[in-house]
Design a protein around this ligand. Structure first.
Ligand SMILES: Cc1cc2nc3c(=O)[nH]c(=O)nc-3n(C[C@H](O)[C@H](O)[C@H](O)COP(=O)(O)OP(=O)(O)OC[C@H]3O[C@@H](n4cnc5c(N)ncnc54)[C@H](O)[C@@H]3O)c2cc1C
Length: 420
């Protein structure tokens, strides 16, 4: 297919390296119009400034290749079709995505113009692998991981040398960003992190205070890095994490209501307890490791994976509050907040999702003992406990000596859960 003018519609693939839609457009069209549409109706939570930095970096990279990033504001479909009319574009090339919102948009777009979907958001496309026993997706991770490792991959693509964007299109003003986001930063971070920590990723993965996981999740969230390119890093333990990401994307592709409906309803009776929910959100539950995680989220917009497991489990299994309330709070604050990963993981923890042991709980004291043995993570995030010996493994609900300035643990009605 050779065409004259193509719009490349960016969404959460904000990079020039290994971008199949952009490469295809540059290879097949005489004029390529890279476009991003900021939709003010779609909540971006705390991610706004990070996204803005990603867009600035993308525009710089495209300009360095003779192109540009055209920015528009409004409904994505309306604005894309408007630009297509103005520029006589014949087709829109975009990266296929899994969420309900993205797929509705892509369906609406395809009613108005020729739409070509390309891979790039996951390592393996979400509809590629099918369980041998039947079904439209994998419900359990381990068999998926085995199939994923064997799946044939496309080649990683270089950034296009030249992007032929026609002149005369108003580029649109970018919003103000922070200094963290974007492909350039992402590639720098990847280089620095992999040379120091990749080889001992497995040993450090659960060490809360060590903090040696990649922290690439916000960059993956916005597609500043290609997950396929990352998967070529030779470390099975690390690529297994990327496989978890793909796993939840294929679950979401098959079950787009993942952000609101139980994937597997188990008849939970959730408690309505606004005060407890607010205490959890503020990192004021009186359980040190839980509060440390929640405060890391508040201050950094990121939380260590082990702390996400502990804090989420505490909300749903101990406070018995609906996973939807916890997931909404995470989604609002996380820089990496993403439909498939956030809601898929929350449902896994709540026992309504893909965990084969839905009654699993994370005992916060045992978890703190194991994954924050010196209490450094707790002390870093809960200053009231900085001078309290063994505060992180202190069992405050059994103690008659409260710590000044630190709340007593929340109590919920009924028999004390056996959690502790
Ligand atoms: C309740 C809960 C909510 C979560 N919400 C999100 C979310 O909104 N967005 C998000 O990207 N991750 C989410 N995760 C998964 C995981 O916690 C983060 O991806 C990870 O902590 C990011 O840190 P990192 O980049 O240092 O990870 P690394 O350990 O360096 O892993 C590399 C990459 O693999 C992917 N990954 C790792 N673990 C998981 C996982 N369990 N599920 C899916 N992908 C994974 C991420 O893209 C990550 O950047 C959630 C986990 C839980 C338990």
């Amino acid at each position: 297919m050779v065409v004259d003018t193509v719009i490349v519609l960016f969404n959460r693939d904000l990079r020039v390296h290994d971008h199949p839609a952009l490469s295809a457009a540059c290879g097949r069209a005489r004029r390529v119009i890279p476009l991003f549409v900021l939709d003010p109706v779609v909540p971006s939570g705390r991610r706004g400034p990070f996204l803005a930095a990603c867009l600035t970096d993308l525009r710089d990279s495209l300009r360095a290749r003779g192109g540009d990033l055209i920015l528009r504001r409004g409904d994505v479909v309306t604005e894309t079709l408007r630009l297509a009319r103005e520029t006589a574009a014949e087709a829109v090339f975009t990266s296929a995505d899994v969420s309900e919102l993205a797929r509705t948009r892509q369906r609406r777009l395809s009613d108005g113009i020729e739409l070509r979907r390309f891979p790039g958001v996951t390592v393996v496309p979400p509809d590629l692998l099918r369980p041998t026993g039947g079904g439209d997706h994998y419900r359990v991770f381990t068999p998926y991981w085995r199939a994923w490792q064997r799946a044939v991959r496309r080649a990683v693509l270089p950034a296009p040398g030249h992007v032929p964007t026609p002149s005369g299109i108003h580029p649109g003003e970018l919003p103000d960003g922070d200094r963290q986001g974007g492909e350039t930063r992402a590639r720098e971070r990847l280089r620095a992190w992999s040379s120091r920590h990749l080889s001992h990723y497995a040993e450090g993965h659960d060490d809360l205070a060590g903090d040696t996981t990649s922290r690439l999740s916000p960059y993956l969230r916005f597609g500043c890095l290609s997950p396929l390119e990352l998967s070529t890093l030779a470390n099975d333990d690390f690529t297994r994490q990327l496989c978890w990401r793909d796993f939840y994307h294929q679950v979401t592709f098959a079950f787009p209501r993942i952000n609101r409906d139980d994937y597997r309803a188990r008849g939970h009776q959730w408690r309505d307890d606004e005060a407890a929910l607010q205490a959890w959100q503020a990192g004021q539950t009186g359980v040190p490791i839980v509060d440390a995680g929640m405060r890391q989220l508040l201050s950094e917009g990121w939380m260590h994976n082990r702390a996400r497991l502990i804090t989420a489990s505490y909300l749903v299994k101990h406070l018995k509050i609906d996973w939807r309330s916890g997931a909404a709070h995470f989604f609002d604050l996380l820089l990496d907040g993403d439909v498939a990963d956030n809601f898929g993981n929350w449902q896994w923890v709540a026992g309504t999702g893909n965990d084969t042991r839905p009654n699993r709980t994370f005992n916060p004291i045992l978890q703190a003992r194991r994954f924050d043995p010196e209490g450094c993570y707790v002390r870093a995030h809960v200053p009231e406990l900085a001078d309290v010996p063994n505060a992180h493994v202190h069992q405050p609900w059994n103690s008659s000596t409260p710590v000044r300035g630190y709340p007593s643990p929340l109590r919920i009605p009924g028999p004390e859960p056996t959690l502790f």
